[in-house]
Design a protein around this ligand. Sequence first.
Ligand code: PHE
Length: 448
Amino acid sequence: MTEQRFLHGQWSSRMAFILAASGSAIGLGNIWKFPYLAGDNGGGAFVIVYLLCVVAIGIPLMIAETMIGRRGRQSPINTMLTLAEEAKASRHWHYAGWLGVAAGFLILSYYSVIAGWSMAYILKVGGGFLANADAQTVQAAFLDLKAAPDIQAIWHTVFMAGTLLIVSRGVHRGLERATRIMMPGLLAMLVLLDIYAMTTGGFGQGLAFLFEPDFGKLSGESVLVAMGQAFFSLGLGMGSIMVYGSYLPDHVSIARASIIVATADTAVALMAGIAIFPIVFAHHLEPGMGPGLIFETLPIAFGQMPGGSWFGLVFFLLVFFAAITSAIALIEPAVAYLSENLGLNRTAASWWSGAVCWLLGLGTVYSFSGGENGSSRNFFEWVDFLTADVMLPIGGILVAVFASWVIKREVSEAELAMGAAYAWWRALARYVAPGAVALVFLHAIGVL
Ligand code: PHE
């Protein structure tokens, strides 16, 4: 396998990997989705189930996926093929890689549209739109944006182009440099917003909402959503962290790096909730507003607060930074595959993959202009459900099973080099993670 080492480049240090993987994990999932899901699913109890999923399923899986990547050193599809052959297992395993690439395309297609909204807001809020804006004005602005497919399509195009510019510059000059600059910036902005939230009257209520569990509010469906969100937020089950693992130098401890990344991701989701809910409650607004929480509810509050325009601008910049460092991870598996198998150079591979995601994204652009269509899912909701609640968990089970049942024990033990903790990882990856995912599925479809 030596001739295949570092086909696309490698991270220059452990820190570079941690920043890039955190960049992949921390995204719209933390700042846009986690708060509105927690809001829709009743708060505290949802948060606890979410945390359990991160610890029992998320971390072992992140270790498994990164390890597979580092061992295979290629795009997820070819890595699965190579490692399956090495373990004398079926070549069909490489379909798990395909599933991941497909999920990445689907997620990025809508991700780019929502990230485009954040860019539209940066411009609007930066232009002083929020100064003394009343609730009606803010609501009308969001409705106008949703009803304007052309404007959304423009921002979707701009965001996608920005993503592709970074990706086409390569692992070192593109992914690594972007995350090295943006991740510290993101953290600083979030801390600032948390401090601001503490000064609002809703801080206690916001904390209580996030951390006081009321299990009566938890349905079977919410448990599935919490699990799906853990996969989505950690960026698991679709090859992103696998391809990032394939650029990881040999000596880095995968377990330690995974725990750091998962902790950072969880901390940022909670910090986003701690920034958002107090502001929402201080203005007597509803936490359960769905995807509009940060684009409609939150700006209403900002419009009425001292310094709201400033903090609003910081907030949407934060959303944008978080989104673009995840977008590059969503497309990297496809880019790596196209350069390996079709011999395309990085630039061509990036733009071709981006073009496909861009086209798919138009479906989401038009999902929001149709207004509410009762209880049936629109295009965006279908793509979201299919990816986060179905494809990622299935991809995750396949990764866990492959890493802990198919790959030989000597291989994973050597690759992980984690001493006595290895037995823990193995038990979690072999039994707990696949078992828990299966249980949650069966429960959600009503079998259990
Ligand atoms: N983890 C990202 C987020 O929370 C989304 C993502 C999913 C990134 C899958 C990479 C892979 O927004």
